[in-house]
Design a protein around this ligand. Structure first.
Ligand code: CDT
Length: 303
């Protein structure tokens, strides 16, 4: 068996005025705590360094740019990389990425995987961007991910690290079965996934009470139907007047939740994951080679 002690570092709300340095202090506290509990991999949320800024419409490009990272590590984030190296604990981190290439500015909703030596292992750019492009004043708050980010063009990846095969996704991706299936077909054994999920969904408010149910429903199904570990990590709590879902959890390849956060604040949960438990599913009920019928699934990849 191949065991890896994984931590999920849920973050409580981050105020719009909270400086990066303060957020990094909170993250470092969780990193040290995770290390004391034996973790060698710690998963942080989506857009973990700032408040969830797509809830506002920004006219001013400079103000918007203030939420993005131009380099990784940058001045503010370098202490995380240094602590990773000193403690021998890697991490997954979601952040807003801004790059200039080909004479153009590109913005992505991005996650990275950093190993126990503090070195970058991989980068993922969010595929499924939810929300809308234009300012919609009827909403109590905006969800402008489609305006503030370009969709990632590289799709889902599989990175060999931590003695296994690691995958990354971000928030809305967890609602799509393709996220898990493509990752599984690439060999992923443990999928890391940060999220910011408002409890109130303005277009269909009658579903607000189902946010927690849908969160676990899709991640547990994704884990089971693809025989993989899933680590889902929230930015939670009342952030700038907007309630964000908590319920960060670690899910076994059987679909069972083996650890779950119980607060809406900075909170660490830890579980020892045996990557070989993927075989209980992948060599039996979902043995892709024996039972999958891709010749019947063509419509899945038609436009
Ligand atoms: N961050 C993110 O992707 N949030 C979405 C909110 C619902 S769609 C407006 C999610 O899928 O949780």
């Amino acid at each position: 068996s191949r065991h890896i002690v994984v931590g999920a570092a849920q973050l409580g709300p981050i105020a719009r005025s909270e400086p990066r340095s303060r957020v990094i202090e909170r993250m470092l506290a969780l990193l040290h705590k995770a290390h004391r509990r034996g973790a060698t991999l710690l998963v942080f949320p989506e857009l973990a360094l700032t408040t969830f800024f797509p809830r506002w419409f920004f006219d001013d490009a400079d103000e918007l740019d203030g939420f993005y990272e131009g380099e990784m590590p940058g001045e503010a984030t370098r202490p995380l990389f240094e602590a990773a190296r000193q403690l021998g604990i890697g991490f997954y981190l979601g952040y807003a990425e801004r790059i200039e290439s080909g004479g153009r500015v590109h913005r992505y909703n991005t996650s990275i995987l950093v190993d126990q030596a503090g070195e970058l292992v991989g980068k993922y750019r969010k595929v499924h961007l939810p929300g809308h492009h234009e300012h919609e004043p009827w909403r109590p708050f905006q969800h402008l991910e489609k305006r503030y980010f370009e969709p990632g063009e590289d799709g889902f990846g599989c990175w060999e690290a931590f003695g296994g095969k690691m995958g990354m996704a971000l928030c809305n991706d967890r609602r799509w079965p393709e996220t898990y299936r493509v990752s599984a077909l690439k060999g992923v054994e443990l999928l890391m996934l940060g999220y910011n999920t408002p409890i109130h969904y303005p277009p269909v408010p009658e579903h607000d009470h189902l946010q927690g149910f849908h969160n676990h429903l899709c991640m547990q199904a994704g884990a089971y139907q693809n025989g993989m570990w899933v680590v889902g990590v929230a930015k939670a709590g009342r952030e700038e007047g907007c309630d964000l879902l908590g319920q960060s959890c670690i899910i076994a390849p059987t679909g069972e939740i083996v650890a779950m956060a119980s607060t809406l604040e900075d909170e660490l949960i830890v579980h020892e994951c045996d990557l070989d438990r993927t075989r209980e599913i992948r060599e039996h009920i979902f043995n892709f080679r024996l039972h999958r019928r891709p010749e019947c699934y063509g419509v899945l990849v038609d436009d």
